[in-house]
Design a protein around this ligand. Structure first.
Ligand SMILES: [Zn+2]
Length: 113
């Protein structure tokens, strides 16, 4: 594991949380604890969502724009492959709405796609 910046750890926690809300909300089967890099709280994710989360973590850790990064939404590279980019958009929109309904506004700053 490479060292992570605080921003990186925060971004990873956020995408993880959104993915968890998505996974639980869609009642996916076989949810298991998944380790979150930079956090001691595991997420409950099904194998498919865990795979997606791993991909997101990898992309975030490899981000070449770390220093100048405003947010993934404004990124000029858009490093996600089209399929994952679609998925992250779906997840952020769906989970974002759900968190909004539950008053979880703290998760809804600048974020992602
Ligand atoms: Zn799932």
């Amino acid at each position: 594991m490479q060292t992570m910046t605080r921003q990186m750890a925060k971004d990873i926690r956020v995408i993880g949380r959104f993915t968890e809300v998505w996974c639980a909300g869609h009642r996916h089967d076989g949810r298991q604890p998944v380790t979150v890099p930079g956090s001691d709280k595991p997420l409950q994710l099904c194998p498919e969502c865990a795979g997606f989360f791993e991909y997101a973590v990898l992309k975030r850790q490899k981000c070449p724009l770390e220093a100048e990064k405003p947010s993934c939404k404004k990124c000029r590279i858009h490093c996600y492959a089209p399929q994952q980019r679609d998925k992250v958009r779906q997840i952020m929109a769906w989970s974002g709405r759900r968190m909004l309904l539950r008053g979880r506004l703290d998760y809804l700053w600048h974020y992602f796609f």
